[in-house]
Design a protein around this ligand. Sequence first.
Ligand code: SF4
Ligand code: SF4
Ligand code: SF4
Length: 275
Amino acid sequence: MKKYAGSIFMLIVFETIAITLWLSKGNLFYLFNFSYIGCSISLGLFLYAKKVKHARSVVQFLVGMYMLLYLGLMSNENMQIEGFWYYLFTGVFEAATIHYAVAKIFGPLIFGRGWCGYACWTAMILDLLPFKVPQNPRKEKIGVIRYVMFALSLIFVGSLFLLQVGNLERIMFFSFLIGNILYYLVGIGLAFLLKDNRAFCKYICPITVFLKPMSYFSLMRVKVDKDQCIGCNKCRHVCPMNVDMTDNSRKRENGTECILCFECVESCPKKALKI
Ligand code: SF4
Ligand code: SF4
Ligand code: SF4
């Protein structure tokens, strides 16, 4: 049973959120929404424990497509960062605000950047590209772009409210549509340019402004058993996010970049890495 602990744990976490929100908000949608996401993640972890190939991709598509197609395009919920600002300014603690609170602000205290590894619809496509292992060193300086993107999204939505622009719901829908197309184009272009599938995540994505500081304190993180480690560095060579998982401290190199993909855990010949 021990190997299924992660799967059971995530199911319990999401069912707790689903039932709490359903009862406190009196809205059955939350029960369905968070149960679906929890079951998808739990299924992925179960398949991973069973050593099924592409288990993580299964979750990425189950959750990513649900969010992109059903919530985003069919239900007109802008789940991008501008949608978060929009609902925040309207004072409505619903959909996008709850989504951000759970997946990107407070949830990372428990499951780190699990969102980035298992649920993000942008990364769902980026992870299919040919550069799973980055082929160039990181370019830390351009990471400042994420803060520019963060500020621009806030200024964009803030201006709509200040200028009292009408038909905001429609604008939010089209910004979701256009924003996603741009994210895919930039993400794919950058992956080929820098030979790194996750270049967009490392330098451009504004959501990391929330994700990185919160995941610093994450309960779930890869740890090394120093007694078993032989220092072969195989783990570091396969990491898509350039994390130094052979250092157990919170301050390890790129520690807040870990997306819990378990590639390092799988590559270790000594089974020295564990969550
Ligand atoms: S960093 Fe941004 S684009 Fe990348 S997986 Fe996380 S949320 Fe998605
Ligand atoms: S390879 Fe290991 S350290 Fe790197 S992102 Fe995946 S789980 Fe995290
Ligand atoms: S792959 Fe395993 S043994 Fe090799 S450095 Fe990493 S943790 Fe140590």
